[in-house]
Design a binder for this molecule. Structure first.
Ligand code: ADP
Length: 543
């Protein structure tokens, strides 16, 4: 074979950092502080501070490959960590502040974190687990509205006396840049070690017009936490294009977010369905309060976006929601639901059905779905099977090599998601394999049922899960949260669902609950529902 003769230029984050300084020094970064005031800076400030941070960490003894952990909300200091740590050859480990202290202790210990940077407001959480992590040598506190306590270092003081330029090393593109743990919706959290190369390639593809496609004209609001799957890569997408960044800090309620969107003239925002459900409900109540005309795209992912949500934003407020699917193991974006030109011929309902699907793979992600016995299934839009993916930003193993059974002999990653794939490649997640409802040997999609329930005008949220059944083994049960002041009976909901599903798919019963239990990343925690209500039908159903 004839070898190509192009340069082997390393794909590292150092280039993004350099670019930010060289070309986008005047791009803005806005962060909301805990006291709600706004901190304003530029990419030029960010570059200087990232250099100062690298010096400070070096002074504390951080070596290439060392893990530096962050326990922070989304703000400009977290962005500094996102770049300074990997560019100096170390690894940023983002800790999920919504996890229980016991899990945080397990993860930080497992990762062998040496330094931990924490928001001052999160110190009470840190105190609950830090003593269980002997590898942590220094705690650096981002002072927020008060000084760092004794025994810790003050982030601002660490940076203050350091030089504003740093001689970043030339790194190997396959070296580790970030360590993120899956939130453990199913099983123990596992570490995923992103490389510089995987982040850079993911960023390049994310910046295509067909994918997320930001430009220097955009104002990006990552609502999705920077401690969750690298905030879907949005901070990297901003840095490479020079887009203005707006960080919400700890204020994620609908009013705060809408205020921020309107004030900062946000064009692109990304968050999980729970966030958007809250925002839609508020916009429905006060449609004129915020001027959101600058918004051109709202990314939604992390769990299934109900079609009624996508439709509600579009029809009632003229706002476009783009549905995406991803996983920590994918750096994290895998598929995205964009329409193709010929879909213009379809009616509204069919177009909405496509936009509410999880979409088709973004370039360089490949997909297939397989049966229980490992047989590759047809793309017919109806056969359900487990989704497997491969590509340059898909993990090939976990940190510390647990979970080897998730990687196939022939080089695919088993996602644990049960899906159908249609002839055009559009994916529809019907369940997570652990949440699947098997009634009389047949699969029922809990996701399809709950999405339909959430379209009912009285329903705020609904989760459908498997309950044990004396005859059918398992039957679907629905946990429903009604909108404030609204009423609906089980019979009404059953009649409503009957329009869309065959009879044997319909939930056996409806439980009206004040809230649905959630995981640390806002997904329905069906395990908890099964624990609590799993035997509900054993008592009530007649065999
Ligand atoms: P965890 O696996 O611990 O929940 P992740 O945050 O990596 O952590 O979650 C990935 C999972 O989230 C996917 O496997 C899938 O089940 C779910 N998910 C992500 N995006 C979507 C989506 N758009 N629709 C449905 N499910 C989604």
């Amino acid at each position: 074979m004839l070898a190509g003769r192009m340069m082997d230029f390393p794909l590292t984050l150092t280039h993004l950092l350099d670019r930010a300084r060289t070309f986008y020094g005047r791009s803005e970064i806005v962060s909301r502080r805990p006291d709600r005031s706004l901190h304003r800076s530029t990419y030029a400030d960010f570059y200087r501070r990232a250099c100062q941070l690298a010096h400070a960490l070096k002074r504390l003894g951080v070596q290439p490959g060392d893990r530096v952990a962050s326990l922070c909300w989304n703000h400009h200091q977290h962005l500094e960590l996102y770049f300074a740590v990997p560019a100096m050859g170390a690894v940023l480990h983002t800790l999920n502040l919504r996890l229980a202290p016991k899990d945080l202790g397990y993860i930080a210990h497992h990762a062998g974190d040496r330094i931990l940077v924490v928001d001052r407001t999160l110190l009470p959480l840190l105190e609950k687990f830090v003593k269980d992590v002997p590898s942590i040598e220094h705690v650096i506190v981002i002072p927020d509205d008060g000084p760092a306590p004794e025994g810790t270092l003050d982030y601002e003081q660490c940076l203050a006396s350091e030089p504003t330029a740093f001689d970043f090393p030339t790194l190997e593109e396959r070296s580790a840049a970030m360590l993120c743990y899956t939130s453990g919706t199913t099983g123990n959290p596992k570490g995923v070690l992103f490389s510089h190369r995987s982040i850079v390639l993911h960023t390049l593809v994310s910046c295509m017009g067909e994918v997320i496609g930001p430009t220097a004209q955009d104002v990006m609001l990552p609502v999705v936490p920077m401690f969750h799957a690298a905030a879907w890569g949005l901070p990297f997408d901003a840095l490479i294009t020079g887009a203005k960044l707006v960080f919400p800090g700890p204020h994620l309620d609908a009013v705060s977010l809408l205020d921020l969107m309107a004030q900062e003239r946000v064009t692109l925002a990304g968050g999980v369905p729970t966030i958007w459900l809250g925002i839609l409900a508020l916009l429905d109540q006060e449609p004129k309060r915020w001027d959101l005309r600058t918004i051109r795209a709202m990314l939604i992912g992390g769990s299934a976006a109900p079609a009624s949500l996508i439709d509600g934003f579009m029809k009632r407020h003229g706002l476009h929601v783009t549905h995406a699917w991803g996983m920590t193991e994918l750096n994290p974006v895998g598929t995205l639901a964009r329409l193709k030109p010929h879909h213009a011929d379809l009616d509204d309902a069919a177009r909405l059905d496509i936009r509410a699907s999880q979409g088709y793979p973004i370039p360089f992600v490949e997909q297939r779905h397989v049966s229980d016995t490992g047989q590759v299934l047809p793309w017919d839009g109806k056969t359900m099977g487990e989704l497997e993916v491969r590509g340059p930003w898909v993990a090939r193993s976990y940190y510390s090599d647990e979970g080897a059974d998730r990687f196939t002999q022939d080089g695919w990653f088993k996602t644990g998601d049960v899906v159908t794939i249609d002839a055009e490649g559009y994916l529809r997640i019907t369940d997570r394999s652990k949440d699947v409802i098997k009634s009389g040997g047949e699969w029922i999609s809990s996701v399809a049922l709950e999405n339909a329930l959430m379209a009912h005008p009285a329903v705020l949220e609904a989760a459908v899960f498997a309950a044990r059944h004396p005859k059918w083994d398992e039957r679907p049960l629905a946990a429903v949260v009604l909108k404030p002041g609204q009423r609906a009976t089980a019979e009404e909901l059953a009649a409503y669902l009957q329009q869309h599903f065959v009879k044997w798919w319909l939930p056996e019963d409806y439980l009206f609950v004040p809230q649905i239990p959630r995981t640390s990343t806002g997904k329905f925690l069906k395990m908890k529902l099964r624990e609590e209500f799993g035997d509900h039908l054993m008592k009530t159903a007649s065999p």
